[in-house]
Design a protein around this ligand. Sequence first.
Ligand code: IVH
Length: 704
Amino acid sequence: MTNPEIERIYQLREELHTHNYNYYVLNSPTISDIEFDRMMRELQDLEAKYPETYDENSPTMRVGSDINKDFIQVEHKYPMLSLGNTYSEEEVTDFYERVKKSLNEDFEICCEMKFDGTSISLTYENGKLVRAVTRGDGVKGDDVTNNVKTIRTIPLVLKGDNYPKEFEIRGEILMPWEVFEKLNKEREAREEPLFANPRNAASGTLKQQNSAVVASRKLDAYLYYLLGDNLPCDGHYENLQEARKWGFKISDTTRKVKTLQEVFEFIKYWDTERKNLPVATDGIVLKVNSLRQQKNLGYTAKSPRWAIAYKFQAEKALTKLQKVTYQVGRTGAITPVANLDPVQLSGTIVKRASLHNADIIESLDLHEGDMVYVEKGGEIIPKITGVDIDSRTPGSKPVKFITHCPECGEPLTRFDDEAAHYCTNEDSCPPQIKGKIEHFISRKAMNIEGLGPETVDLFYQEGMINNAADLYNLREQEIARLERFGEKSAQNIMSGLEASKLVSFERVLFALGIRFVGETVAKKLARSIKNIDALMSATKEELTAIDEIGEKIAESIIHFFSSEKNRELVARLKDAGLKMEMEAEETAAISNIFEGQSIVISGVFAVHSRDEYKDIIEKHGGKNVGSISKKTSFILAGENMGPSKLEKAQKLGIKIMDEKEFLSLIKNTEKSTEKKKTPAESVNSETANEKQNKANNNIQLELF
Ligand code: IVH
């Protein structure tokens, strides 16, 4: 007998695939967003109830998950070649004439936009997306299938029925300008580093380990190249039109032409019109349309002879350098900024450009009052690419990098191997003091509601705070009496500060702003060292023994805690009630099945990250060690275990355990300790089991 709820799952999946296509590819939804979300939630609930209906191409896969999965490298079936670049009309003419001569028959050219994102190769089998791989080195790339599944314009299941049983389709993953600008605004507000351009933002997003983050970034994709044995037509353009019917997003800017003049018309039109496109482009691609003719023309070692890219000139503007000013960051790093006579460039008015560091100023041989060339070239922060020496005023002085901090007057220091100059007056240089507090309250650190850079500036000006610990001495009445603040916002800040006392130790550690201790390093330190007192007294040897902590980081940690002021800061934060150690349940032992065992972790894993496995081993009484020796108890091996490790393990006769076996070993111990758990813990272990079931499924799928 059929189960109506299971039937409903299949019905919802089909309907959601169609609505997804209507909304994202055609831009013409037929149902409301609320109805779409409702159907999606209904499907999610039903799928959770019937895990046996698991389908890796279900529309719910678009939501992403937070399972950490190191990327697996996959070899491309057909190498991903690049295109020859041209920059002038003469070179385009040469290409056209070369093709004409070689073919010695009529031919058509398909003119396309050159999309400026990150290239991707998608494999479909029986109408289903089975794999998405980045370009990598052209021969092999990263398997980013789970991330790509969150991109709504990429079909998981194809429409129609005339697609080849197996084929690849390649294209570009892009972050639309609008999404890019919004993302950077949010990052700016949170004091996070900005993405330089949509290309970097798209490729950075695609490499995110957490596919839920990828889903939130709203990437788009245009597909422009089909590969396979049984494509429907001989024409590349015609195949793309078929692919559009299967559900792919194919640019409607593509044109098929015959003459060189038509090619130039296309180039000329798009050189200006491209500014109105929603995504970044950096040129035009010309392709001989017939696949038969493409085959006849063949390839050079690097690129096809049947295609070429014409790159647009980066837009440049010439303007006058007014003066160079210097900004001081929270670490004391000095950034020189060129202040310019305002000039129009690629649709915006440019007034400032970063000069990065003293070496750049020197290599430009920049003089006061110089006329300088500014370029954007897709970058958000314009850069100075050259100087018009001919218009230089005789006798003008070279720009000299400052020797003292513009904010506090401290002489600047330049450390070995670093391009930047630093103000080392950490304790009384205002932008450093404020910058450190701003970092402390930022979203990824303590995430304190109600506080932002402007409030920090005001509290500092008013003499209410001088460091992060002072925040916890603030009183509601004291804030409420300030202009611009009412009782409500004062209360809001107080409750934000109170809530920050629940923030985990690893984030507190990150919030301290120790140089080189970013989010990942803070996590590693917290997991290995477990409490602040141990960290404060850790030696360089102890620190560098931690996975991925090198000398530079270790020295910086020791330097930070050698300061009496920093030790006092930590003590005050501790007194205020901030978490200065890992939670008992984060470190609590689960079993002692690995007691006395030294376990090596090698390769990449499907269910947990290597760090998570280290944690699991420790919670089960074992020790994770870095290298294989006679004393190694076993090796927990993921995919692509290094060949030298494998050889050594075999030589010493050490057992190699795969992820599945390891997880079922753990699962058994968790089962036997289940009865001792609180209800909350059982919920957690259910999710662990779910993850494991999924992994088992994946592993089985890979084997058969
Ligand atoms: S065709 C064998 N078409 O440009 C050639 N590439 O240097 C296959 N690109 O890596 C590529 N827009 O990332 C092709 N309409 C387009 C393109 C395009 C952008 C990128 C692609 C490729 C690079 C070639």
